[in-house]
Design a binder for this molecule. Sequence first.
Ligand code: FES
Length: 170
Amino acid sequence: MCATKRPDMPEQMTVTLTVNAQTRELVVDPGTSLIFVLRDEFALNGAKLGCGLEQCGACVVLVDGEPVYSCTKPIGDLEGKHVETVEGLAADDGRLHVIQESFLQLNAAQCGYCTAGLIMRTKALLADNPRPSRGEICAALDGHLCRCGAHPRVIKAVERASARLRERKR
Ligand code: FES
């Protein structure tokens, strides 16, 4: 599956992309969706393909700190960008990120299909707004579907992560 290819895009192009700590120069069809580049070129499967239509949020990763639907983002738009995926969150020694720990502690993942997208969205939210209200959390997560119905626990996990991150900064 490819993102919609614009007429101005060439058949192939070179794109330099940093994913987590790895920078690579790739020769790609610029219309290829980012999620497939993550899988095929970087062997990263954390972002999940759900709807492929920017409807479910399972594929969300961060591009220069902003949440992006990787299912539809053409790689041709990402020259020089920095992509963060859920695989990049843990420390080098394997210690989980506070957001990941909070999701685990509150059982915020049930089947887990939507979890990586939710965690990356939470990272962007807390970077912008370290003390979000419950309403702000719900609004930020609005574009994420969870068919298991774990949303109440997800919201509590975001609140816990927010509190723990603030505590660390004291
Ligand atoms: Fe990208 Fe659903 S797979 S939003």
